[in-house]
Design a protein. Structure first.
Length: 365
């Protein structure tokens, strides 16, 4: 195998591929990047058996076809630090070493046994939707904070993808709160899948920067595939039952407040200097936020506003409120509340596609 490619292009694609390299594994081959030529394209693959990333590096000069597996981390770092310009990668079949040459730089790396590299899962039957990378990244950002990535309970370390006619809904929960984000799609079918939080972070990082290109997303019974910009990402799905989240969403409320988001955020951030356990009082005075800690003192914040419904005092984890408020750009927030420790709903004014349910705390503030 002998190829010549441009350093900047190769480095960019390799850094994406490397996101799937195994960090801790008893299988050394999973620390390698598989490469093979296909016409004037270099195909690069990495997997940790949970996720896999395949990229097609274009505009490659191929002198000798072939396939190799190189130590992933070392190879990527060498290419990344080489100067801009042509890079030659050549395999010596006798020594089983690969030479990397660029201007005045020359490196040699051992190869790993290509026959041991796992075969990637093939896309067979599965439903497909199309959506922009920017929209998907925003939906992930607006739900992923309500998960527990390292929790052993599968439904807490994943996000539900629920496809119905014309809609893709992402639902996340950590038991204390629920984030729901809807995206419009053109497809007409029904499908549900649990996508791991780790995979969703990678999806957002890899595909979120391309604002215009539509991503093609295939969902099978056990896998999700995402294609776009010469990159294919695949991940195992979580095999578990997601709670019936609709039962948590209140259908009626005892009161509604419209509040300025920036004022609300500023008051909550100041209150957090004393405690994250806060009490919110809603009355004719407006919204009053208080907190106290024996070793930090007391806080009092007052936000003038109009409300409809009953006066009330409710306890919250202030950080949970801030997580939602910092995920929206809108100026006005709708805050709907209930008595008797029932869930509260927050959403941007006039925006039904994104809402947040949070459970109150029993507090004595």
């Amino acid at each position: 195998m002998k190829i010549v490619c441009l350093q900047d292009e190769l480095a960019r694609f390799l850094q994406i591929t490397a996101r799937a390299l195994a960090v801790k594994s008893t299988l050394p081959i999973l620390t390698g990047i598989f490469m093979e030529t296909n016409g004037n394209i270099l195909r690069c693959v990495a997997t940790d058996l949970e996720i896999a990333i395949e990229v097609n590096v274009p505009n490659i000069q191929v002198f000798t076809n072939g396939s190799i597996v190189l130590p992933g981390k070392t190879f990527v770092e060498i290419i990344r630090h080489l100067p801009p310009g042509p890079v030659t990668i050549e395999l010596d079949e006798n020594s089983k070493m690969v030479t990397i040459t660029s201007k005045h730089s020359n490196y040699q790396l051992p190869i790993l046994p290509a026959e041991e590299f796992p075969t990637l899962p093939e896309l067979k039957d599965g439903t497909q939707i199309e959506i922009s990378g920017e929209d998907l990244r925003e939906a992930i950002r607006q739900t992923i904070y309500a998960t527990l990535a390292d929790d052993p309970r599968p439904f807490l370390s994943s996000i539900l993808w629920e496809v119905t006619t014309g809609r893709l809904r992402l639902v996340a929960t950590d038991v204390n709160r629920l984030a729901v984000r809807d995206l419009k799609v053109n497809e007409d079918f029904q499908k549900t899948a649990l996508v791991p939080v780790h995979s969703l972070r990678e999806i957002a990082n890899i595909f979120g920067s391309n604002n215009e290109e539509k991503l093609k997303i295939h969902i099978t019974d056990k896998l999700i595939f995402i294609h776009g910009s010469g990159i294919t990402f695949s991940s195992r799905l979580v095999e578990a039952q997601f709670p019936r989240y609709e039962q948590v969403v209140p259908k009626e409320f005892n009161g509604t407040v419209v509040i300025n988001k920036d004022e609300f955020v500023a008051a909550l951030e100041r209150t957090a200097l004393v405690s994250n356990s806060i009490k919110i009082s809603i009355s004719e005075k407006g919204m009053i936020i208080t907190a106290k800690e024996p070793d930090k003192g007391r806080s009092y914040e007052e936000i003038p506003l109009d409300f409809t419904g009953i006066e009330i005092e409710i306890g919250f984890n202030g950080r949970f409120l801030l997580d939602f408020l910092k995920s929206v750009e809108d100026e006005k927030i709708i805050f709907k509340y209930n008595q008797d420790q029932k869930p509260t709903l927050l959403q941007a004014q006039g925006k039904d596609e994104y809402f947040y349910i949070v459970m109150p705390l029993k507090l004595s503030v």
